[in-house]
Design a protein around this ligand. Structure first.
Ligand SMILES: Nc1nc2c(ncn2[C@@H]2O[C@H](COP(=O)(O)OP(=O)(O)OP(=O)(O)O)[C@@H](O)[C@H]2O)c(=O)[nH]1
Ligand SMILES: [Mg+2]
Length: 247
């Protein structure tokens, strides 16, 4: 049987949103026009006060490739992704992509990630491949925080990933099906770490492709001190749960 073209596979881009009205319209247009009909987009919105979901509903009338899950209030990034993954698995998508709404992630990179996912189980769009740092417009303190988090995660968990907190990635659906998603606990940055760790511990292949990450120019960051503190202890929790075979 001839190999299937990577972009011909049914893929779902899951984008969690909270107050992203200034970004989401343009991003959706670019995503849907750059890729073929096999690529669909799911927005998981937490009742954004700025009316993000209303804009998505308007766009939904124009295309069957756009999907929307509305939740009653801000419930965190982790649970938003898990709901998105469940939807993707139920609807039979072969690839599930995580992406931020804030234009930090260049839609053009989806093609590279889908190609890599032909041979890898999880593909991470990486800001830190080799000795290169591909980050645009980040203040130095954000970069130091992110790099420190990467070293710390690798040191404590052994996870062989250069950019473990990155949120632009592509899963083969079988990988998500093999995990028990009800056990995933993390919300902020540690959600990315926890997913990577669970995938790696199951013996799946993780590959990184270089991306250029650009800081958001509009809208507000939802990063909080709470997220950082969670990431600090969560890596130990992962390590201990894995040691006790309770993961
Ligand atoms: N549904 C939902 N989406 C969220 C929530 N928190 C953040 N998001 C979305 O998740 C994505 C990432 O959030 P950002 O605020 O960009 O956080 P970040 O990328 O870690 O931080 P920055 O580097 O400052 O942009 C964006 O699309 C947000 O709108 C939440 O509680 N619920
Ligand atoms: Mg962001």
């Amino acid at each position: 049987m001839p190999a299937k073209n990577a972009t011909a596979r049914k893929a779902l881009v899951v984008i969690p949103t909270y107050n992203e009205i200034d970004n989401i319209g343009k991003l959706l247009e670019e995503l849907l026009s750059s890729y073929s009909g096999n690529l669909h987009v799911l927005i998981v919105d937490d009742n954004s006060p700025d009316g993000t979901a209303d804009l998505v509903k308007k766009k939904k009338k124009e295309t069957a490739r756009l999907h929307l899950i509305e939740r009653p209030g801000k419930m965190g990034l982790g649970t938003a992704y898990i709901e998105g993954f469940r939807y993707g698995l139920e609807e039979g998508y072969e690839r599930i992509i995580e992406m931020d709404a804030d234009y930090s992630h260049d839609p053009a990179m989806i093609k590279d990630m889908l190609e890599k996912a032909e041979t890898a189980d999880l593909v991470i769009g990486s800001r830190y491949t080799g000795n290169v740092v591909n980050v645009v417009n980040w203040p130095l303190n954000r970069l130091i925080l992110s790099k420190t988090a990467s070293y710390y995660t690798r040191f404590i968990t052994g996870l062989p990933v250069a950019d473990p907190t990155g949120g632009y990635k592509c899963f083969r659906s079988d990988v998500l099906r093999a995990l028990d998603l009800t056990r995933v606990r993390s919300q902020g940055y540690s959600f990315q770490i926890e997913m990577n760790y669970r995938v790696w511990k199951k013996g799946f292949i993780i590959e990184e492709v270089p991306i250029v990450f650009t800081d958001r120019t509009v809208g507000q960051s939802k990063m909080s001190r709470k997220n950082i503190i969670e990431a600090v202890w969560r890596v130990w929790w992962l390590r201990i749960m894995s040691f006790l075979r309770l993961l």
